[in-house]
Design a protein around this ligand. Structure first.
Ligand SMILES: *Cc1c(COP(=O)(O)O)cnc(C)c1O
Length: 229
């Protein structure tokens, strides 16, 4: 995957990053929100250090990856060079990779089933590492997509808390590609509110301004910064 992307596109990435920052500022102003209430996660999956380093140099500190193995291969030297980098896992997580994920990531956005809760709970306790956790909601109820069905969300969140001792801080959703995202963001926000969760991971390159309108606290933006994958 990494081979398909040019690595000599650092300056383009910085331009993309600056443009995304301007759009976030605009969307926050339109929604009457502080810029500081929205965290930009720069999704660097499939891009290598040559593309990522200029974006770090331009000031970005929070990055998203969707695969544990890719992140493990790519990020340790980058993190060593810039100590305050935060890494977010935004892709599906297999239970047998829970340990690596808990050691490497500062946040996990894809908590969505009992077996994963059990594995995460064990690793979080034994390693004394406490990544920020988001439960993923499959708002479009798409069979091919990960996430908890909306009607099962309340029971799932109760089980996370009571059965697995996990602190879930927010919800994440990925709206169906072919639908308007707004109803999916609204539904996610509603489930979060009735469960007392403050964080909302929603919005990607095509729809982060809409997500900000609907209360997103974490937006996951890849191609608008780094270019096409
Ligand atoms: C790849 C990915 C993104 C970023 O998508 P873009 O459209 O490139 O901004 C966001 N969220 C998840 C879960 C992803 O896998």
């Amino acid at each position: 995957m990494t081979d398909s992307n040019a690595s000599a596109n650092g300056p383009d990435c910085v331009e993309g990053f600056r443009e995304v920052e301007r759009e976030i500022a605009r969307a926050c102003a339109d929604a009457g929100r502080d810029r500081g209430s929205v965290e930009l996660i720069a999704v660097s999956k499939t891009f290598d250090a040559d593309a990522i380093s200029p974006v770090i140099a331009a000031g970005q500190r929070v990055f998203g990856e969707n695969r544990v193995q890719e992140a493990k291969a790519k990020w340790p030297p980058l993190k060593e060079a810039t100590l305050d980098i935060k890494l977010h896992l935004i892709g599906p997580l297999q239970s047998n990779k829970a340990r690596e994920a808990v050691m490497l990531f500062d946040a996990i956005h894809s908590v969505d089933r009992a077996s994963l809760c059990e594995a995460l709970s064990k690793e979080i306790k034994s390693r004394d590492r406490h990544p920020l956790l988001f439960a993923q909601i499959n708002t479009g109820e798409e069979p091919q997509k990960a996430g908890v069905a909306p009607q099962d969300a309340d029971a799932f969140l109760a089980a996370c808390r009571e059965r697995y001792g996990l602190t879930i801080s927010g919800l994440m959703c990925i709206p169906p590609a072919e639908e308007a995202p707004a109803p999916h963001f609204a539904l996610t926000a509603k489930i979060a509110e009735r469960n007392g969760l403050k964080l909302l991971s929603m919005g990607m390159s095509a729809d982060f301004a809409v997500a900000i309108q609907f209360g997103a606290t974490h937006i996951r933006v890849g191609s608008a910064i780094f270019g096409k994958r």
